[in-house]
Design a protein around this ligand. Sequence first.
Ligand SMILES: CC(C)(COP(=O)(O)OP(=O)(O)OC[C@H]1O[C@@H](n2cnc3c(N)ncnc32)[C@H](O)[C@@H]1OP(=O)(O)O)[C@@H](O)C(=O)NCCC(=O)NCCS
Length: 174
Amino acid sequence: MLRGENTYIRLMEESDVQHKVDWFNDEEVRKTLNVEFPISVVGTKKWLHNVTTNSLRKDFIICSSEDDEPIGYCGLVNIDLKNSKAESYLGIGNKKYWGQGHASEARRLILDYAFNELSLNKVYSFVWAENETMQHINKKVGFIIEGRLRDDVYYQGEYREKVLMGILRSEYRR
Ligand SMILES: CC(C)(COP(=O)(O)OP(=O)(O)OC[C@H]1O[C@@H](n2cnc3c(N)ncnc32)[C@H](O)[C@@H]1OP(=O)(O)O)[C@@H](O)C(=O)NCCC(=O)NCCS
């Protein structure tokens, strides 16, 4: 478990599956993701069993320290030890907890884990071009925009742009 002031992250367990299903099937949250829709409990359980033993990724649940409530998800995927980098994802699925600083804390916790525990050199992340909140959170800790992927994903009748953001260990501002 990795603890911040008001937020902690821990590895995802089977008891979190229903939360993840509820969050990912919520329209407002779903548009911030790039995953299959809808998702089911049985499919998500199977997915969790597969990824738990995959050393190339770590999937965490974000919790509020005040009430121990699971409120979101974050993780590292495509962990590449040769090139010392990984991709990071993060979101607050429980909308009641938006705007309380949990994503910012979770962003720092996952970077602490990547840089201090795994000794990685670089973390990168894909963010939808219109998701200025997430870009702001990333920039606060030192991420910069490395590129724009135009018309990258076709979603509900239109092409969407993704922004590639990256941070090196030497640039991390905790
Ligand atoms: C984006 C998301 C991860 C943010 O989580 P959160 O816990 O609410 O974020 P935090 O409270 O830690 O921080 C929000 C920061 O963004 C800032 N912010 C809020 N709206 C903003 C906007 N439109 N543009 C830029 N920054 C914004 C806040 O001022 C705050 O920054 P500060 O700490 O420097 O004051 C979370 O709301 C989420 O998962 N949302 C899904 C919905 C979504 O992203 N919608 C956008 C459409 S793609």
